[in-house]
Design a protein around this ligand. Structure first.
Ligand code: CA
Length: 152
């Protein structure tokens, strides 16, 4: 683990979500590259690129009037669950990438206030068409752990 975070002080009422944000820069965002991201999470995660949701898993959309950011995850991801132990891969549509600075944000959600742990790791690889096919095939071979982007 690279960063350890607190849970809010009350072990029976831990923070429902944690928020992470980072930036990266692209000098040629309009190239023909494709983007494959891999994420591990406990218990649920929503990923945003430049303010656009690009991945959501195990977190229901908030009901009207409820704060989306602090939703609990839909279910518990246990220690042996592939979502915590392995990467789930998904494609990011290149149209969501910007020339210059890009902002990647992730909200990670607990299943409930007494859940023992929360974790997240995210990576993005930028590849050409042939390398993308290899990533996709290998991820699909692992329990179909690949999700195409909504734009495709
Ligand atoms: Ca948890």
């Amino acid at each position: 683990m690279k960063t350890t975070i607190g849970f809010g002080g009350d072990a029976k009422a831990k923070n429902s979500a944690a928020f992470f944000r980072t930036t990266f820069s692209l000098s040629d965002a309009n190239s023909s590259s494709r983007y494959a991201a891999g994420i591990r999470y406990d218990d649920g995660a929503v990923v945003y690129l430049n303010g656009v949701e690009v991945f959501r898993s195990n977190v229901d959309k908030a009901k009207p009037g409820e704060p989306n950011e602090t939703q609990y995850a839909s279910s518990t991801v246990g220690g042996n669950d592939y979502r915590e132990r392995h990467y789930w891969f998904f494609e990011i549509d290149p149209k969501n990438m910007r020339q210059g600075e890009n902002v990647m944000a992730v909200s990670v959600h607990q299943a409930n206030g007494s859940s023992s742990d929360l974790a997240m790791d995210l990576q993005i690889v930028r590849v050409d068409e042939s390398a993308f096919s290899v990533v996709k095939e290998k991820a699909e071979a692992l329990d179909k752990r690949f999700r195409p982007s909504a734009g495709r």
